[in-house]
Ligand binder design. Structure first.
Ligand code: ADP
Ligand code: MG
Length: 498
């Protein structure tokens, strides 16, 4: 070999060595980053842990808080609001009733024809209207006028067969899913708006009074016979079809639960004892909190930066509004501290609430071998492209941790209610069924959430008790439930017994 050739070989070898060293350093660096990302993931997973013992503590503490909330006004974070619903539908109701549903994703006007035990809900029809945004922050008069007009349009177009007999008023149930201090079954004052509504002049006012004024103004003769929220509507809808329904849980944008309590077990109730001996309690369980809840730094920050810090802590761990946001926060930390998505932090990932729960659901249910849905979601929502399979798998793991925790805590909440009403055990030979009506987009559409909730219930209750407890999807109780309650609290009750 000549000198030049030797020199060239040496230069080449040096270059190869340098490149190899760079590669090794790069690998070490990226394996260091990867190690850091895994450490963040592991720590998060540990803090989110919901072993059975912990869930039982959550349920026990929920039971204790429920007692405290029933004992006195303000006695607990759980408001345990008295709904004045002491007469749930029996399934025997007959006649034509209306409902308005305000406070969910859409506003609806509903009419049902009830045909008694045999025919049940013989007919139902609804109109869905979206509330123009300017009415959500305008005056209460403008909002209620709009609602009354939608109702007028609905009634004007209905066939003669639905008209009330001479001398009778139409009757309406109003599902108004905002916090209300009830003063009777058909009246209540608004405590505060939520979900983007903000109309100051109606806070502290009787909601039914406002609606009635607007109905009268355009000459609609209609009696508002029940004012409820979506949870109580769902309970009523469930009970109409199945007498074993004792509680309802909403898992949607938010979360709440209502159940049937013995009137005598409500020390703060000073009214006359209802004939049924029962009273529906609106727990407002979204506001539950306990030292047993597995809260992480991500939850603390989400809460601090929320519109209602310190409030709705249980809801912020469970409901559809927040699950995607928790996942985003964990991924952001991994991006910032471990270059999880490359050497820059994706700008979109810094945007609160950009990752929604349906996105999390889509990624979590991805069964394609290369996790194509995860890749596409990351690209479409966060503008992160070219993710490796390894990265996508970790993203799915984050979704799984967040959603499993939410579903298992929901199950613990349900166990808390079962404990409160003594249905968490069975006496020998007793086979009383206990049915919980569930509704809401999260429960309905997020399959893994739902199956985790159901399997956790079984795990918590044990085989023997689990056999007596049924979780039932109660479709759209929030809509027709109010009409059913208008029926069971009708002013004409007893007149139609012929
Ligand atoms: P609302 O709570 O407003 O009355 P829904 O009960 O329909 O309305 O719940 C809507 C919520 O359900 C959404 O905010 C979302 O979090 C959740 N959701 C809707 N679709 C899905 C889905 N495909 N997967 C997971 N969650 C979903
Ligand atoms: Mg709803």
């Amino acid at each position: 070999m000549g000198k030049v050739a030797v020199g060239a070989t040496i230069v080449c070898a040096a270059a190869v060595c340098a490149a190899a060293a760079l590669l090794v350093r790069h690998r070490m660096r990226s394996s260091g980053k990867w190690y850091r990302a895994m450490a963040i993931l592991k720590e998060f997973e540990e803090k989110c842990g919901t072993p059975i013992l912990k869930l039982k503590q959550v349920a026990d503490a929920m039971d204790v808080e429920m007692h405290a909330g029933l004992a006195s006004e303000g006695g607990s974070k759980l408001k345990m609001l008295i709904s004045y619903v002491d007469n749930l539908p029996s399934g025997h109701e007959k006649g034509i009733f209306y409902a308005l549903d305000l406070g969910g994703t859409n506003f609806r006007v509903i009419r049902v024809k009830l045909g008694g035990r045999e025919k049940g809900v013989a007919h139902q029809e609804f109109d869905e209207v979206s509330i123009p945004p300017h009415l959500m922050t305008g005056s209460s008069e403008a909002l209620f006028d709009f609602i009354a007009e939608a109702l007028a349009k609905f009634i004007d177009s209905e066939p003669e067969a639905f008209h009330p007999p001479p001398g009778r008023q139409r009757e309406l149930g109003f599902t108004f899913s905002f916090p209300v201090r009830q003063t009777s079954i058909a009246s209540g004052t608004l405590i505060r708006w939520t979900k983007g509504f903000n109309i100051e002049d109606v806070v502290g006012q009787d909601v039914v009074g406002e609606l009635t004024k607007s109905l009268e103004k355009i000459g609609i003769d209609m009696r508002v016979s029940a004012l409820v929220n979506d949870t109580i509507g769902t309970l009523a809808g469930g009970r109409f079809h199945n007498p074993d329904v004792v509680a309802a849980v909403i898992l949607g944008t938010g979360t709440n639960a209502a159940y049937v309590e013995r009137a005598q077990a409500i020390p703060k109730w000073h009214g006359p004892l209802p004939k049924s001996g029962e009273m529906v309690i609106n727990t407002e369980w979204g506001n539950y909190r306990s030292s047993h809840l597995p809260l992480t730094e991500y939850d603390d920050h989400l809460d601090e930066e929320s519109l209602n810090p310190g409030e709705q802590v249980f809801e912020k761990l469970i409901s559809g509004m927040y699950l995607g946001e928790i996942v985003r926060r964990v991924l952001l930390k991994m991006a910032e501290e471990a270059e999880f998505f490359g050497d820059t932090v994706p700008a979109k990932l810094k945007q609160p609430f950009i990752l929604r729960t349906p996105d999390v659901s889509a990624m979590h249910h991805d069964t394609s071998p290369d996790l194509k849905v995860v890749g596409n979601t990351l690209k479409d929502v966060l503008e992160v492209s070219n993710t490796s399979l390894k990265t996508r798998k970790i993203v799915v793991e984050v979704c799984d941790i967040v959603v499993t925790r939410g579903a298992r805590l929901s199950a613990a909440g349900i166990l808390g209610i079962l404990k409160k009403i003594g249905r968490d055990t069975v006496k020998v030979g007793e086979k009383q069924k206990t049915v919980i009506a569930l509704d809401g987009g999260l429960f309905e559409h997020y399959t893994k959430f739902r199956s985790c909730l159901e399997s956790t219930m079984n795990e918590l209750l044990g085989d023997e008790v689990a056999e007596t407890i049924v979780i039932e999807h109660s479709n759209d109780g929030s809509g027709i439930g109010a009409a059913l309650l208008a029926a069971s609290h009708s002013q004409y009750l007893g007149l139609d017994e012929s």
